[in-house]
Ligand binder design. Structure first.
Ligand code: AMP
Length: 267
């Protein structure tokens, strides 16, 4: 495995005719990341993992400051899995890279875009740079960040880029909680509480009931548990628009806080 810190060096890899898979991450790798990496290794000749905490996508300074980091552990995980290249750039290596003429899609004012203003602009800024530096044809993203997948797919579509997004399923703890780097900031009580909330919400999704009534019930449950939340919404996956009716073509999306850690999920 080769660790590359220079954008130019990694960009030069694409002069070869090998099939590359790319897994962008912010590090602190867990089983969710590992599943993306394993899939890329299976489906491509070479796999590149980037580890870069993108400050531009954090709308909260404290969240950026507290974001977990463990580069040595991450590199050991990548090596063990059989990753070929890890791109480990500085901020300047990414953001000083030449400008593209690519346009950014308009992001609807729902879910994360409503509650984390500027977040997707930051995501698009880094994706625009990373896709220009790492010219892989397949990019592996997790459905835990479903809206992020939609935004990146829109970016690819409007700019007619020859990149395929491989959507990977959410990997969960045994208790149902979606794996996330931020989970390491939760204490045992928070983890039990989070797992309980996810269980209640997943059960709600199964029952056939108008979402307006459900949302009131869900809000009440979260308030009773004294849990602050940003949204509980049902989204049609095809159009990525809000709806009041749950069926097999929709997912329930939620964002809530425990010990000031913000968790998102969808199912
Ligand atoms: P992050 O390091 O949080 O930016 O995530 C890097 C990639 O891993 C993104 O495409 C995420 O959607 C994906 N990811 C994060 N958590 C999970 C999970 N629990 N299951 C599957 N993919 C995940």
């Amino acid at each position: 495995m080769k660790v590359i810190k220079k954008s130019k060096e990694i960009n030069l890899l694409f002069n070869s005719s090998k099939k590359f898979g790319f897994v962008p991450t912010m590090g602190s790798l867990h089983d969710g990341h590992k599943s993306l990496i394993k899939r890329s290794i299976k489906e491509n000749d070479q796999t590149i993992v980037s580890i870069f905490i993108n400050p531009k996508q954090f709308n909260n300074k404290q969240d950026l400051k507290n974001y977990p980091k463990d580069i040595n552990k991450d590199l050991a995980i990548c090596k063990k899995l059989g990753v070929n290249f890890v791109f480990l750039p500085t901020f300047a290596e990414v953001y000083n890279w030449k400008k593209t003429k690519n346009k950014f899609p308009k992001v609807e004012n729902i879910l994360e875009n409503k509650f984390r203003r500027g977040h997707f602009k930051g995501v698009l800024l880094v994706i625009d740079k990373l896709f220009n530096i790492i010219k892989a044809k397949k990019v592996y993203l997790g459905k835990k960040d479903y809206q992020q997948i939609q935004v990146i797919k829109d970016y690819i579509k409007i700019n007619k880029l020859n990149i395929k997004i491989i959507e990977c399923k959410t990997i969960r703890e045994k208790n149902g909680l979606a794996m996330s780097s931020r989970n390491s900031r939760l204490n045992n009580q928070d983890i039990m509480q989070a797992a309980n909330i996810i269980k209640v919400l997943r059960n709600f999704k199964k029952k056939n009931m108008n979402m307006k009534i459900k949302k009131l019930q869900v809000s009440k449950i979260l308030k009773d548990l004294n849990v602050k939340f940003d949204y509980v919404d049902v989204i049609k996956l095809k159009t990525f628009k809000k709806t009041n009716h749950i069926n097999k073509d929709t997912n329930l999306f939620v964002a809530f806080y425990l010990s000031s850690v913000r968790l998102i999920d969808n199912f």
